[in-house]
Design a binder for this molecule. Structure first.
Ligand SMILES: *Cc1c(COP(=O)(O)O)cnc(C)c1O
Length: 487
């Protein structure tokens, strides 16, 4: 039964413009206070599973509610259930920043509600994406032969890279698929044993199967061994597999190690394999003159992903996918139903052609505003400071006989553990000790660190990446870790 608004109730239509203005001002004030004082909150949410769900009704309200009431519940119920990625004591996973200019850009982007599937449905979003990605590409020192497109995450960027590789490797895959084809050998994708799990998910998603992914051993510094890659490819060819692609990582997820991309590119060229570089976290370090070499050899890759939402101060989400052969991505995905046909298709770029999603939001706006607001020099200063803070922490670890560093620190991430001097603890005891310390420092709510496992050893992991993190916060992380270790 169609419902009619109650007499005297709000008229149909969107929020009243004056109400929007009032709430908007209040929200901006709230956000400004939040960004300046995120330390008021425990960095890691201190709620139990189900707390948030149980505090909310099971049904949507029948009658609309005033925004004041909704916002009051946001503060009362939801804020305690937030883990504060914008807290300067956030050192877990990869620390990130939803920066001021990025937040403002997201606000604008939501209001504009652009849907840039076709050039004509948003000429500005379409062309700004090209401009902003061109700026980023040049800042990182990548050649102009790389065309860029924005996706949501590195996982999705990498999936598109492997779909392009599949398009090259498998005849008529777009039309005939993979299933039920006696003419196809089994396909192989190579990455190191330190590679991000998104590569596993990509081969699963695109129909190659998890068995198609072969993980190549690393050297003592967690970098892919090119000799082992070469051997694996030869062995696979002899056994009837068809090698298809290699994923090299610049900044692996556990230790931020950098695979030897030039040597891997040599192999890919000789073997005619698609080379995709996953530089989700560390790619932006190439903006620093003294870190230029982290992308050495990447100019020879077929594709590369870097995440501005990771270490370039961009509110989640924004992943930049660069490809030297975007025509192949288009060959895989371009498909125009009648109602989206336009007469300008030959002269413009329609972003719906470069990927699986049709609609896309105006993400380029935040990247453009961030690059302008901080400027190349401002970005360099901030990245260098994060690296300095991590090196400082690594220095304290190295100088303390009760601690052990478990990996090199090329960027802003330190892997370490407590290993009390003069006590012969087994690996199991060390793991239990460090897991307890992790739990206890995180329960303080002052800092949040995470862990990983390296060569079977349990490692604590401190990642610096928030713009408001200062030396004071890093010193506090060190002091808390020592305190909880009982040192
Ligand atoms: C973080 C990370 C990813 C995944 O990023 P999403 O954007 O969350 O998909 C992939 N690869 C590497 C190396 C990463 O550091």
């Amino acid at each position: 039964m169609p419902s009619t608004p109650p007499a005297g109730g709000p008229p149909p239509g969107d929020m009243d413009p004056e109400d929007f203005r009032r709430q908007g001002h209040r929200l901006v004030d709230w956000i400004a206070d939040y960004l300046a004082h995120a330390e008021r909150y425990p960095v890691l949410a201190q709620v139990a599973p189900g707390d948030i769900r149980n505090a909310l009704p099971r049904q949507a309200p029948e009658q609309g509610e005033p925004f004041d009431a909704i916002f009051a519940d946001f503060e009362r119920v939801l804020v305690p259930g937030l883990t504060h990625w914008n807290h300067p004591g956030f050192f877990a996973y990869f620390a990130i920043t939803g920066s001021g200019p990025g937040v403002l850009a997201e606000f604008l982007s939501a209001a504009l509600n652009q849907q840039a599937m076709l050039w004509r449905t948003s000429p500005a979003a379409t062309e700004l994406e090209e401009v902003a990605l061109g700026w980023l590409r040049r800042l990182m020192g990548l050649p102009d032969t790389f065309e860029g497109v924005i996706y949501d995450t590195a996982s999705v960027s990498t999936m598109h890279a492997l779909i392009a590789a599949r398009e090259v490797a498998v005849p008529q895959v777009r039309q005939r698929g993979l299933a039920g084809r006696a003419d196809l050998p089994r396909l192989r994708v190579y990455c190191s044993e330190q590679t991000h799990s998104s590569i596993d998910k990509a081969v699963i998603a695109i129909g190659l199967g998890h068995d198609s992914l072969r993980k190549i051993p690393c050297d003592g510094h967690f970098r892919m061994r090119p000799d082992a890659l070469r051997d694996a490819i030869a062995e696979d060819r002899a056994a009837g597999w068809q090698p298809m692609a290699v994923v090299a990582t610049v900044g692996t997820t556990s230790t931020t190690s950098v695979d030897p991309v030039p040597a891997i590119a040599d192999i890919c060229e000789a073997e005619r394999l698609w080379l995709h570089v996953d530089a989700a976290y560390a790619g932006v370090a190439a903006i620093l003159p003294d870190h230029r070499e982290v992308l050495a050899g990447a100019d020879r890759a077929d594709s590369l992903v870097v995440n501005p939402h990771k270490w370039l101060f961009t509110p989640f989400d924004l992943s930049a996918f660069f490809c030297r052969r975007m025509d192949i991505v288009r060959a895989a995905f371009a498909l125009t139903p009648e109602y989206l046909k336009t007469t300008d298709a030959a002269t413009v770029r329609n972003l719906m052609d470069t990927g699986v999603q049709l609609g896309r939001r105006f993400r380029a706006l935040k990247l453009w505003m961030i690059l302008r607001y901080f400027g190349a020099d401002g970005i360099r200063v901030r990245l260098a400071e994060h690296i300095r803070l991590a090196q400082l922490f690594a220095g304290w670890v190295d100088a303390d006989s009760d601690f052990e560093r478990l990996a090199p620190v090329p960027f802003s991430v330190v892997c370490f553990r407590v290993k009390p001097a003069g006590r012969a603890l087994s690996e199991a005891d060390l793991e239990a000790l460090n897991a307890r310390i992790l739990d206890e420092v995180n329960r303080t709510g002052e800092i949040f660190i995470s862990h990983t496992r390296l060569d079977g050893r349990y490692a604590l992991r401190l990642a610096v990446g928030h713009l408001r993190t200062t030396e004071t916060h890093v010193r506090r992380a060190w002091a808390l870790t020592r305190e909880k270790a009982g040192i």
